[in-house]
Design a protein. Sequence first.
Length: 488
Amino acid sequence: MVAPPRWRLRRWLYRIELKARVLYRCGAFLAKIVKRKILARRRGLKCIGPSLAPTVVIRSWVTKGCLTAESGPRPYRYKDRNFGDLLGYLRSKGFRTVLLPMFFNLDTSEIEASWRLDQAGENVLVPELQVGFGECFRSVARALRLSGLKFENASFGGLDVSAVFREGHLRSHASPELLSLNLCYPALKTLSRRNIPVEAFYYPWENNAAEKPFLLAARQYFPEAEVIGFQHSVCYREQIAMKVLSAELASHPLPDRIVCSGRVYLDVLGELGFPRSKIELGANLRYPEVNACTLRGPLPHGPETVFAVLTFNESHTRELLVKLSRALKLVRKSRPGVRLLLKPHPLLDIKELRSFVESLECEPFEIVGGTVQEWIRRVSVVAMVGGSVSCLEALAAGVPLVRLSLATDFDFDCIWTQNRYDGFAYSQNDLVEGLLKGLSDSIVDETLSTTANEIKDEYFEPVTARSLEVFLPKTLRSSRPQAPLAEL
């Protein structure tokens, strides 16, 4: 069928619009670089120089919660959200730690956050200072070349979907945020040219596209350095990045070692195709409070509470709230007074959230702050979708869990072992039954206690002197033989 002329014109204009957006994003990236260079120099930030101590580079996500104001000799204190106390441990072993931050969810500018990290005593690698304008223009030139990628012969169920791939590519290509993350490549190139040796590189391993330029740069400019990826959070069954094919291994950039935060991931990653020779058991650096928490005891007298943990995905959150509000109206017929507590993700708009929940008429409800760990032991049952480590946090505390299966997306299941609460609620009846069962089980019984201990043992390896030693570069690790995976 031949498209009418007006359709062809509309399609042609739409393609021009998409390519114009790519040009605009490239221009926004360059403007952002100029602004950051000026602000960095005004703040007195400096390039990383040589050091007598051996250097390790840690690439990590930094949010507003990582920096707290202090009244001591340093005005700020930094707590790494991915690696916990690893930076301090490495410094105690004689290393100079250099932090390459990746920012999100800040309450200030990225350069201001870099300055606060500097004031907290961290050696901050600011790519905008390390990289000249020439490299920035080359990054833009590469992005423009890649905007013309050909997507042909892409089929789904016998239907040619090449146009869908082309549109998706142009809609998201060359975003200033991703181009900024890619500056890690020329930044490491600059470090190498200044003859600053690096013993090891660390990064939060998720096997996503954004970490590949970092891996490639470390390999090319520091071939003798060890690259260590830390599996810092959960692995999802439906996440395509968590699967690697044997045909990809020859060309797919991977770290020298993938250090796992729990024993279950040793087998999980092996089954997902990652080389077992690279997989090693480390420690739960990111969520040590889970290991420290005790089982929740009997709740104080008062209304029963359903604790809804909301993710950053607005679509997931809205579906959960709509279905949960309907289920609660039925639950309250037999258990009147059940209260709903909402723990929003930091990236959610609280004002919009409150307005949406009020429209559902599911009072009484309350939006709470703090952390999941602060609330988890004070509630009757936890309700949420599958894609969050909070599923495991709830079970590790001995709290009943109800997980909603999404109609609008994959479930992103992060529970790999069987237990009483590893299933999903697929219908409203399932959700009502799950809530009623959870409220009945709210007093810790033997089953909940057993599940809690199993979750801790499998998913959250305690931090010990031996487990921390696994994170040391190969130059300092002891010569003790590593136990085979089957023995761990």
